[in-house]
Design a protein around this ligand. Structure first.
Ligand code: PLP
Length: 488
């Protein structure tokens, strides 16, 4: 029986996985969810012998079940190849406290590569399967990492174009430089005078604007999304939870079949939601610890049942988690209630800025780390273990230690590491030693290499010398007008 997708907000049309990937977001503004989360059809011990690609196939065929074996294998082989700097794709490091799943070995050295290296293949295949021959325009709002990973994924992919909006003053210097130096005929990068939520809201609005859609259709364009609102982003992220589990078993940190906890540095709630899917597909997972930085809306939500986005937006050293409206939470709410409830809550969120929801799954634990705690744990782990955490991973690592000391729960755990420390070298160095506080951000990359004894990752080597190819900056109110002017 086919697995179908529907909107979280009640639009009653059921569509296939490939159609959901093409559309990105439902017409009623909801996100696509599988009508039921499929169960794994393999034994857990089988995953111990699978490489990343084989495992990806076994997991993805269940979730994206209208793709043929050939189609899926083509997508997987195209994505998880030498673009990654290790054949393991997502290696597990160990510290005295826990496993650390490194998801930053792709082209842009952040975890977004795990999904965005396969999304262009999934999207092109979906277009072919559904007879879509219009030019696909990818609209993307980014808090820093999605933008670059999507640009790398879609650059010069025939039949597609990509426009990325990022908060001009809300990303790290390396992140910004990575984006504005992007090559590719079909790429466009735009700075916004506003924060990530402003970018995301404007992009979501463009997606659901009927008049705009019709105008574009007449010109031969169709929108899709590379944000984690697209199910084609989410599905590939389920794979590495299984992969992490297999490595924990092989490392002897857990016995096959026993449960583990995952700790996930969270922003838009896509990564941790993939963990929830993995758990519900049959992976032995106990707690999913949702780690926030000082923008701790989710922490408060899990503690109190009130989601309250009416608060000051704080710029932190973990900018990819500086988010007050976590889009994918909507999907979790749907799985725990129904479309009517979700629709009502999302209306409240946009009109009042808050809503209540108490039917929470007890697997979820909210934790958070302050800036001071984040810096302190980077120093501590470096001094004790010689291992350098990036700022986002540090938020999670510290949240994990807080959780253990509060709960006494010593279930084996994996901290999901979402970025290379080189991407946030300046803050990481300042955490290790105050004397680096005012270091130039690009000098910091070379210095971190010396201090940590690891080479600068190729994707950002000498990045400051590359020519700037995109230098547009616009007001947040001008986003829709910009899209029109660009395409029509
Ligand atoms: C995107 C990102 C996050 C947040 O992930 P979500 O899926 O949005 O919750 C955390 N860390 C880094 C480095 C990221 O790029």
């Amino acid at each position: 029986m086919a697995l179908l997708y529907k909107s979280t907000r009640g639009d009653s049309k059921y569509i296939t996985a490939s159609q959901a990937i093409l559309k990105g977001i439902a017409d009623d503004g909801g996100l696509y969810v599988p009508e039921a989360i499929p169960k794994i059809d393999f034994k857990l011990d089988e995953i111990l012998n699978m490489d990343y690609k084989a495992l990806a196939y076994r997991v993805l065929r269940l979730v994206l079940d209208d793709f043929t074996e050939d189609e899926l294998k083509y997508c997987i082989n195209g994505a998880y190849d030498e673009k990654f700097d290790t054949p393991l794709i997502a290696p597990l490091k160990e510290t005295a406290d826990c496993g650390v799943l490194e998801l930053f070995h792709g082209k842009t050295i952040a975890f977004k590569d795990m999904a965005l290296s396969i999304l262009p293949y999934l999207l092109k295949t979906s277009a072919r399967k559904n007879g879509e021959d219009r030019q696909i325009v990818i609209l993307t709002a980014t808090s820093g990492d999605t933008g670059k990973a999507a640009l790398e994924g879609f650059a010069d992919v025939e039949g597609t174009g990509i426009i990325v909006f990022f908060p001009q003053d809300g990303v790290s210097d390396v992140q910004k430089k990575q984006m504005v130096t992007q090559e590719g005929r079909n790429t466009c990068v735009v700075g916004i005078k506003g924060n990530f939520d402003d970018c995301q809201t404007a992009v979501k609005k463009a997606f659901t604007d009927k008049a705009l859609k019709e105008e574009l259709a007449a010109k031969g364009y169709v929108f899709s999304s590379a944000n984690s609102i697209n199910i084609g982003r989410l599905a590939p992220q389920i794979v590495y939870y299984f992969y992490a589990y297999a490595q924990m078993v092989k490392a002897g940190r857990v016995k096959l079949g026993e449960k583990i906890n995952f700790v996930v540095p969270t922003g838009n709630f896509g990564n941790i939601l993939a963990g929830y899917y993995a758990k519900n597909m049959g992976l032995p997972v106990d707690k999913l610890i949702c780690a926030s930085n000082e923008n701790k809306v989710l922490y408060d939500f899990f503690k109190t049942g009130e989601y309250n986005a009416r608060r000051e937006f704080i710029l932190t050293s973990s900018p990819s988690m500086d988010i007050l409206i976590s889009s994918n939470l909507e999907r979790l709410l749907y799985h725990l209630s129904d479309a009517e409830t979700v629709s009502e809550k999302m209306k409240l969120l946009s009109s009042e800025g808050d809503y209540g929801f108490t039917a929470m799954d007890s697997s979820f634990i909210g934790e958070y780390s302050t800036e001071a705690e984040t810096f302190a744990i980077i120093k501590e782990v470096f001094e004790k273990e010689g291992y350098v955490l990036d700022t986002h991973t540090a938020v999670a690592y510290n949240s994990y230690k807080k959780y253990v000391s509060e709960s006494g729960d010593n279930t084996p755990a994996v901290v999901v590491s979402t970025a290379s420390p080189f991407k946030f070298a300046k803050d990481v160095l300042a955490a290790i030693d105050e004397k680096y506080k005012s270091i130039d951000p690009f000098e910091a990359v070379r210095t971190l290499s010396e201090v940590s004894g690891t080479p600068v990752p190729a994707p950002i080597k000498d990045i400051e010398k590359r020519p700037v190819l995109h230098d547009i900056c616009i007001e947040k109110e001008a986003i829709e007008g910009f899209i029109k002017a660009k395409l029509i």
